[in-house]
Design a binder for this molecule. Sequence first.
Ligand SMILES: Cc1ncc(COP(=O)(O)O)c(C=O)c1O
Length: 401
Amino acid sequence: MSKESGLSQGRSYLAIPGPSVMPDSVLNAMHRAAPNIYAGELPDMMPRLMDDLRAVARTKAHAAIYIANGHGVWEAALANVVAPGDRVLVPATGRFGIGWGEMAAGLGAQVDVIDFGKRSAMDIARIAEALAADKAHEIKAVLAVHVDTSSSVRNDIAGLRAALDEVGHPALLMADCIASLGCDVFEMDAWGVDVMVTACQKGLMVPPGVGFVFFNDRAQTVRAALPRVSRYWDWEPRAQPEAFFQYFAGTAPTHHLYGLRASLDMIHAEGIENIWHRHETLARAIWAACDAWGQGGPMELNITNPAYRSHAVTALRLGAPHATRLRDWVEGNLGLTLGIGLGMAEPGDDAWHGFFRLGHMGHVNGHMIMGLLGGMEAGMHALDIPHGDGALDAAARVIAG
Ligand SMILES: Cc1ncc(COP(=O)(O)O)c(C=O)c1O
């Protein structure tokens, strides 16, 4: 990795799709002496914290916190509604859909995967066919990923609910919003989502370590009918605690709660609709630049149809070994870290070096995205990677409005 240009000093920029950039106000809120976990400010702040989380998820449903990453809340959600032998349907549009299905298999579920590949959104008609074919209603839940961070596809969750209703299938609609919450439009109640999982380290702008499960009364009825639920994963005491420790089934993630309080204050000050709009504009600026580069070189957006692109992450194809060379160059020379490609090729395969991703989730603004794009353009010049002209101009025009 060359440091020859001497331009890597200054504040570094982690432009990977999570963990995302952490705001100073979140970090400062966490920088404090150990708080009392038995009385006082920390236990007292929980009811409003839970309400504010629900507001971001656009739901009046129940909410449970777990000291866990995304994999942890995948398991938490499943542990409350799926028993060994139950069937679940996974419409996969990338690595994370497959991963949630693997988690369900690990809990003994029978997992039916409909794999839509790495470059397309869910085909709702095909899912509806599979549901209609399940006359005995054996499928207990559909595990859908809203934004699959590996492919950067954004799926139509409201459309999936409409398909379930049209077919008259009672399966729970479960949504992974780990990459989308606080970035892309998501409406848990209006879209009829029964269970939603997310985590703190992307749109919520908090260091990794806390995850969330939201569930409605339908899902709670399914949980109540299970023969047993593991005490640790059980969402009931967490969502209806009689004592502070029950929110977490043990010691609280003290400093994360302060960080989360600060992040929710930022989110509510900006307004969730404004946040969605900011993410959309910044994403469009990135797409405009990538389209321009692609006119004169190998740069290609992984998801071709803009209607199905995430506003939080962009997966790109640049051909091997260009993507790895570009990532190394901007990190070593500019202090800018881009995301590796995920799930597009095996790590030992030369083709792996042809994919990369940009994270543009959470605490990002116009100048950061222009800097990100300018850095990529400098890297392509330095490395003689062919690319079309006018990318920065195209992005600036989007940002100019
Ligand atoms: C959509 C999605 N689901 C699940 C996960 C897994 O989360 P974690 O890595 O925090 O376990 C991720 C992580 O990037 C993700 O983007």
